[in-house]
Design a protein around this ligand. Structure first.
Ligand code: TXA
Ligand code: MG
Length: 333
């Protein structure tokens, strides 16, 4: 077991991060969405180590992260005009763009797909790290496969203590859900995973934006979407009415358990006296709070009852997608 250090991304820590990556080791780092588990994207061994550490299925590709001045043109095989416009509008930021690949990074990054997902995170910690290493960094979210994504350095530590040498701490993530993944290989951009950069925001710049929905039985375009994900380790139940949620809590108490409710601020009055995890009022607040609350629930609750927020529009598509999948229910958005 190695020692896992948690350091701010400055001075000596950045030198260490560079050394570790050049040696084929894996380093976790803060981004504005969730923490990432980074490795040199050009190294087969380092990329395979990321899959092994997470227990990630070998058909779920990784995103390559680069700093704001990094020239991605050697990595990608052309870029449609709308994608260049989207880059100017939203990067650095929580938007991942999928391009035709030139095959310049390890084949394990894209799991046999002919595309490459690229992201330029905006958090100062991520930028300092990516500048210091100055190479393409393959990084999934820094959680064990299927577990809740990490939004603090402590969450990363809980999943990987003793397994990685360094976590670059940038505090709590302000975005809170993973980046929007956008397919930029067609005539019109298409969302593969909803996130903080919304369909409306993309359509405003690109003129149009589709949302990919896998057909029954089809291999999904973004393979990560096929798995149950983001799940807390406690028992969970998902409700669409407060009455239903209240009944489930009463039953759980009757069994001697400790139920917690996860709901929007607007629904708090229905649950006075109960253990409540308040998601907040706006979509942005709910995105920021969701994963931290799921991690709290797994420490404190025997049953987590999720009440679907009524808020719609904007980033709620992404929030509801993550929330439904954390509770193992079909996503309708
Ligand atoms: O915000 C984020 O995107 C975070 C931070 C660390 O940057 N990363 C993240 O990575 O969420 P991960 O591995 O948990 O999710 C990556 C998603 C998966 O759904 C994967 O299938 C999709 O991106 N993806 C990666 N490469 C792809 C490709 N070439 N084509 C389609 N989807 C791809
Ligand atoms: Mg993930």
């Amino acid at each position: 077991m190695m020692q896992t250090r948690i350091l701010r991304a400055e001075g000596e820590a950045l030198h260490l991060a560079k050394e570790y990556l050049e040696r084929g080791e894996v380093v976790a780092f803060h981004t504005e969405t969730v923490y990432g588990l980074g490795a040199d994207a050009r190294s087969d061994d380092a990329v395979r180590r990321v899959f092994a550490l997470k227990g990630r299925p070998s058909d779920n590709p990784l995103i390559v992260h680069v700093h704001a001045e990094y020239d991605i043109s050697p990595l990608i095989d052309g870029e449609p005009p709308y994608a260049a416009a989207l880059r100017r509008a939203f990067l650095p930021g929580p938007l991942t763009m999928v391009y035709p690949s030139k095959g310049k990074v390890s084949k394990y990054v894209s799991c046999g797909l002919e595309t490459l997902a690229i992201r330029v995170p905006s958090s100062p910690t991520a930028q300092a790290f990516l500048r210091a290493v100055d190479l393409p960094v393959a990084a999934p979210s820094a959680n064990l496969s299927k577990h809740v994504s990490p939004v603090t350095a402590g969450h990363v530590y809980d999943d990987f203590a003793g397994e990685i040498p360094l976590i670059l701490d940038g505090g709590a993530c302000t975005g809170g859900i993973e980046s929007t993944v956008l397919d930029c290989t067609g005539d019109v951009p298409r969302i593969l995973r909803q996130g903080l950069v919304t369909r409306e925001m993309i359509a405003d710049v690109a003129g149009d934006c589709g949302v990919y929905r896998p057909q029954r039985g089809e291999r999904p375009k973004s393979p990560g979407m096929a798995y149950r994900h983001y799940s807390p380790s406690c028992r969970t139940a998902y409700c669409r009415t407060a009455e239903e949620a209240e009944t489930l809590c009463r039953e759980e108490e009757g069994r001697g358990g400790t139920p917690y409710i996860l709901c929007a601020s607007a629904d708090l009055p229905a649950f006075s006296g109960r253990n409540v995890l308040d998601l907040g009022g706006t979509g942005e607040e709910m995105a920021k709070n969701l994963y931290a609350h799921l991690r709290t629930a797994e420490r404190e609750a025997t049953l987590l009852v999720g009440l679907e927020p009524r808020e719609r529009g904007g980033v709620m598509a992404g929030v509801l997608n993550r929330m439904r999948r954390a509770f193992g229910v079909e996503d309708e958005t």
